[in-house]
Ligand binder design. Sequence first.
Ligand code: IPE
Ligand code: IPE
Ligand code: MG
Length: 238
Amino acid sequence: MLSGPIPRHVAIIMDGNGRWASERRLPRPFGHRAGMKAVREAVEGAIDAGVEVLTLFAFSEENWSRPAPEISALMDLLEEFIAKEVAELKEQGVRVHVLGDRSRLTAGGRAAVERVEHETAGNQKLSLNLCISYSSRAEIARAARLLAEEVLKGTKKLEDIDEEAIRAKLYTASWSDPDLLIRTSGEQRLSNFLLWQLAYAELYITPVLWPDFNRRTLVDAILDYQRRDRRFGKVTAS
Ligand code: IPE
Ligand code: IPE
Ligand code: MG
């Protein structure tokens, strides 16, 4: 069991499904399917470790530019994942939220997302945020638009638009910023994920491809996190 400080909020860029499939000479959707098991590992690992919020990047707005068959395989998997997991998530005390532009999902996808949010709404052990059709720049632009609307309506004053006002309009407004960001598959970039919220997150990049991610990978990331000196721009007291 882990001792020492546990990150309250862990965010993960779940990357490398396509490469996992290519290594096995399989079509890319096989990698996405294998990645579903890793989501379960991440959820159980987070619960075991005492993480309070787990935010997973599942599908970006940019991913809509992928070939249509890959997109439809991913959307089918989303519905399948929810259908298969909703009972267990409920049982385990996991509360699911889906963050992103859900108007771009199919009607079936939207219904599945609403169902899992509704059925897990009373849970408190772990908040699981699935970022689907999500991009951070779009999220920030949306926040700006929502604030501008309030100013136009006269319900907000221009001088009240500060960092806190923007933060409150992000999809993630209910949660504190991620303490730890994990990216699998070795890529060293953020790919338009939580640009605002990751300002002071500790970054952990592992070569493990997402379908091979398991509880141990999460524990390794947390152990690495525990060796970090988080300074937030200040100097460490000596
Ligand atoms: C991550 O795996 C899943 C999604 C982005 C939907 P990729 O599909 O990006 O896999 P690679 O990066 O091509 O290996
Ligand atoms: C980021 O991975 C998006 C998700 C994991 C959902 P990508 O594979 O889309 O990112 P790039 O293209 O390598 O930057
Ligand atoms: Mg990728």
